[in-house]
Design a protein around this ligand. Structure first.
Ligand code: SAM
Ligand code: SF4
Length: 462
């Protein structure tokens, strides 16, 4: 696979297995000074098995998470618009040869209705997701653009979607330009596995069977002007240490070629998917302990990249992973096109089963109970703090102050408009607590924002 040197990764995993505690301490000290780690340093941390030392890695990851992101956690919901797919990924229910699921591509008015349902729950950030149809199918780039437009057009009272991120198949540069012009935030694409032989085995047919075309999609998106890119690996297909170093090699490639790393990294674990046998018994099933280590090592290796955790994971696991580095989570998700508000009989098949079925209100309540500030903010994207500009701001930690303020404004908006009585009560207490921590000029500014929210204004940010 281009950009991925398998021999180098395998050698690093062998060489760093011998790292002693003195060498590991030096790596953790470097990480705690918020410096990006080298591939060899990340490999050394991944090879650690001593439980006592793993505790040290977790403590360092919590430290870095807190230093850069503070207590805020960004919330979003996926919106599946189509499950038509020409590929045959062995782990996914949308694979073309799966006859067990009902297929559907939503119309623009259905997409708008789904978005309005999400807006009524309180969501403001949407991840649009779809299968990959054969070229010239009905779900082509024009369909994607119409879908993005209809999500932005949806309105419930004064609430509108602030940011649409997209997870879709690789496009060419012209198509990416169209997607960019539709106003998307992040373009997400997961390489699934960075191990060539596994990739070929898992993707036996369809356009996705070419691993180089997939990895190069990131480069084409950059060339088209999309500079917020999300990458990821689907954990469970191959050895997790190799995959994590593959992901980090991909980051290095992006940094070298485009001077900016990924905006986010996703770490999906394979979940059971109807009609996709492999998903019930993944070849390299990851234990919870290994998964925690993956998140912690990523947090330490690329401190300024957001880490996304979906509702594939259980509520308990997600709460735990927040302390190790996760900065964005989805809530109240459905992986079926039309899954939010269609009658059951009309719902299309879902992509995989979920581990966390809590409502957005329950997730917000749980975040508050764990002293995390739920945030619905999209200010960076709207102020064009993306790509290199975002990285420059994020690196010295200056984004943190702005983020905390924006998070508190969006939390107040959520509490006023959507929260249950109990969540409102705890949420207002949280706002009062964090308000006290701000300096006088910020307190003055925030008071003004809050007065605006009280008067009915929505969507203000710094
Ligand atoms: N179809 C496009 C593609 O494959 O890039 C875009 C979206 S696909 C619906 C989103 C992601 O879901 C895939 O990249 C894959 O990592 C993940 N996925 C597929 N099957 C899964 C499963 N059984 N469990 C967890 N994640 C899965
Ligand atoms: Fe299609 Fe994407 Fe599922 Fe593969 S992962 S079958 S490309 S929807």
């Amino acid at each position: 696979m281009i950009y991925i040197n398998e021999e180098k990764i395998n050698n690093l995993l062998v060489d760093t297995a011998k790292a002693d505690s003195q060498a590991l301490d030096i790596i953790l000290d470097k990480a705690k000074s918020l410096k990006r780690l080298s591939l060899a340093e990340s490999a050394a941390l991944l090879m650690v098995t001593d439980p006592e030392y793993i505790k040290k890695i977790f403590a360092a990851a919590s430290f870095v998470k807190d230093a850069i992101y503070g207590r805020r956690v960004v919330l979003f919901a996926p919106l599946y618009i189509s499950n038509l797919c020409a590929n045959a990924c062995l782990y996914c229910a949308f694979k073309s040869d799966n006859r067990l699921i009902k297929r559907k591509a939503l119309t623009v008015s259905e997409i708008k209705a789904q978005t309005e349902w999400l807006l009524r729950r309180g969501h403001k950030r949407i991840l649009m997701v779809c299968g990959e149809e054969a070229p010239l199918g009905q779900t082509n780039i024009d369909y994607y653009v119409d879908a993005v437009n209809s999500i932005y057009e949806a309105e419930v009272g004064k609430n509108k979607v602030k940011r649409v991120n997209v997870n879709c198949a690789p496009l060419n540069v012209e198509e990416f330009k169209k997607l960019k012009n539709s106003g998307i935030g992040t373009y997400q694409i997961f390489q699934e596995t960075y191990h060539q032989a596994t990739y070929l085995q898992m993707h036996p047919k369809g356009p996705k069977s070419d691993p180089d075309n997939r990895i190069e999609a990131v480069d084409r998106a950059f060339l088209a002007g999309i500079d917020d890119i999300g990458i990821g690996a689907l954990y469970g297909l191959y050895d997790y240490k190799f995959e994590t170093l593959g992901l980090l090699s991909h980051v290095e490639h992006m940094e070298e070629k485009f001077k900016v790393g990924p905006h986010t990294i996703s770490v999906p674990r394979i979940e059971p998917a109807e009609g996709a046998e492999l998903s019930f018994n993944p070849p390299y099933k990851i234990s919870d302990e290994e998964f925690k280590k993956i998140v912690a090592v990523l947090r330490l290796s690329v401190p300024y990249t957001g880490i996304i955790m979906s509702t594939r994971e259980t509520a308990e696991m997600r709460d735990l992973l927040l302390s190790l580095g996760v900065s964005q989570i989805s809530a109240e998700s459905s992986t079926s096109p039309g899954g939010y508000c269609a009658e059951d009989a009309k719902k299309a098949g879902g992509q995989f089963s979920l581990g966390d079925h809590r409502s957005l209100d329950q997730v917000v309540g749980s975040l508050i109970a764990h002293d995390y500030i739920p945030s619905f903010c999209a200010a960076c994207y709207r102020m064009e703090r993306t790509g290199e500009v975002f990285m420059r701001l994020a690196k010295p930690g200056t984004i943190k102050g702005k983020c905390s303020m924006n998070a508190l404004v969006t939390l107040k908006e959520y509490l006023d408009d959507f929260a249950s009585f109990k969540v409102k009560e705890e949420g207002y207490k949280m706002i009062a607590r964090y308000f006290k921590q701000l300096d006088a000029p910020d307190q003055k500014r925030l008071k003004l924002f809050f007065a605006h929210v009280d008067s009915g204004i929505r969507d203000e940010y710094v």
